[in-house]
Design a protein around this ligand. Structure first.
Ligand SMILES: *Cc1c(COP(=O)(O)O)cnc(C)c1O
Length: 407
């Protein structure tokens, strides 16, 4: 008899997007004439920029020549990409990160999930609430979450982020070992300043905890006091792992490339209190279970850092940012508080209704679709997420409808 890993049976059904799709389908069938605008999508829509496409073509052609062919590459990523990352994302911001602390991958979702492989099962996990569901579900699979009561898992520490605390999580009153922080945040679109993030770095150093910092939306930051990397904070090399992705930065959601930073100083402990370096452990994990990101994709990622590449991707980000600005302004103009949108493609609105009631009314009366905040965690109740990834035309049309809306 083969036994199943019962941790996987404890993962709650991802009811959110299934239910959203079901309600849209039912509505469209009942109202075939309704022109529905979708602002719930968490995927980018602008095509990949020319500099990246050119690098891809060149790499594809190389693979068809005897000299240019590449087979298995280094599991950690090619030196050309690790050096480009080091230089542009860290050195130029005055941050000390070396190429051998960077691990190139097929995206941040895999890394956020896989990192649990090298962390003990006894760790107490803290997440912000609302939260990117991957952090919770992968810890359920890893046996760290305890039991689900229909709302929360018993062993996970939830840190509410609401309008009342300015979407800044407060330090937990219990000791926690591993803390997931995602800033700029999905779903709220809000950020932490350097001094607000320093509170967490200081906590982690004091408690010998580890921060798993997801910086997938770093490229959307516009404000000066918002850190692009946790390593801008003193002491973070001793307590933090950082996840980055080319998905939202450069439209790689389909191409797939990201990377994880594990500093050499970072350690976790055995039950006996012996310190173990996580850079070596992650290297061992990756070399054993992962055979590298495709060469052509790494060449494409490298092109994101060329002067042309940078200018082109920043133009796409500016395109989304303009949508976010218009969305935030529109909701504020009708008296609905709206957050995020400044350093993020997400606008998080505080609805006068329950999240799902707001979803139904927005769909029925404006033919606009977003994502109910409660789907991201109990503290998301009464909130609603809209994304800036639609076209300018669709976004303008949606906002015109909302301006005339009598909620
Ligand atoms: C989109 C997103 C990512 C990126 O995932 P990839 O696997 O790199 O596409 C990571 N974290 C958060 C919070 C996201 O929203």
């Amino acid at each position: 008899m083969a036994f199943v890993n019962t941790n996987f049976t404890k993962v709650s059904e991802s009811y959110l997007f299934v239910e959203v799709a079901r309600r849209i389908k039912a509505y469209q069938e009942a109202h075939p004439e309704a022109k529905i605008i979708r602002m719930g999508i968490g995927d980018v829509t602008r095509p990949i920029v020319p500099a990246v496409i050119e690098a891809l073509h060149k790499a594809v052609d190389e693979m068809g020549t005897a000299d240019g062919f590449r087979g298995y590459g280094p599991e950690q990523g090619y030196a050309f990409l690790r050096e480009a990352i080091c230089n542009y994302d860290f050195k130029q911001r005055g941050i000390d990160i070396q190429p051998d602390e960077i691990f190139v991958s097929d995206g941040a979702k895999s890394d956020c999930g896989n990192i649990g492989d090298i962390l003990g099962q006894q760790n107490v996990i803290a997440v912000t609430d609302p939260v990117y569901p991957v952090y919770v579900d992968t810890n359920v699979m890893g046996g760290r979450a305890g039991d689900f009561d229909g709302i929360r898992y018993s062993r996970i520490c939830y840190m509410p982020c609401t309008q009342e605390n300015g979407f800044v999580p407060t330090l937990p009153s219990q000791h926690v070992d591993v803390i997931y922080l995602c800033f700029p945040n999905n779903p709220t679109g809000t950020t932490l300043t350097k001094s607000q993030l320093k509170v967490w770095v200081d906590y982690a150093l004091r408690e010998k905890s580890i921060i798993l910092f997801d910086a997938a939306y770093e490229a959307f930051i516009t404000e000066d006091d918002v850190p692009h990397s946790i390593y801008e904070i003193e002491g973070a090399r001793q307590c933090a792992i950082e996840f980055r992705s080319f998905s939202k930065t450069a439209g790689f959601t389909g191409l797939r490339c990201g990377f994880t930073v594990v500093p050499k100083e970072l350690v976790a402990y055995t039950e006996e209190g012996k310190a173990v370096a996580l850079n070596r452990l992650w290297n061992r994990r990756q070399s054993t279970k992962f055979n590298g990101t495709p060469y052509i994709v790494q060449r494409a990622a490298e092109a994101v850092y060329s002067p042309e590449g940078r200018a082109q991707i920043m133009a796409n980000i500016a395109y989304y940012r303009e949508n976010a600005r218009l969305m935030k302004q529109t909701f504020e103009s009708i008296g609905i508080p709206a957050f995020g949108g400044v350093n993020s493609p997400y606008v998080w609105i505080r609805t006068p209704l329950d999240s799902w009631q707001f979803f139904d009314r927005l769909l029925d009366e404006c033919h606009v679709v977003g994502t109910p905040g409660v789907g991201f965690g109990p503290s998301g109740q009464g909130y609603f997420r809209l994304t800036a990834f639609a076209t300018h035309e669709a976004t303008r049309e949606a906002m015109e409808r909302i301006k005339k809306w009598k909620l």
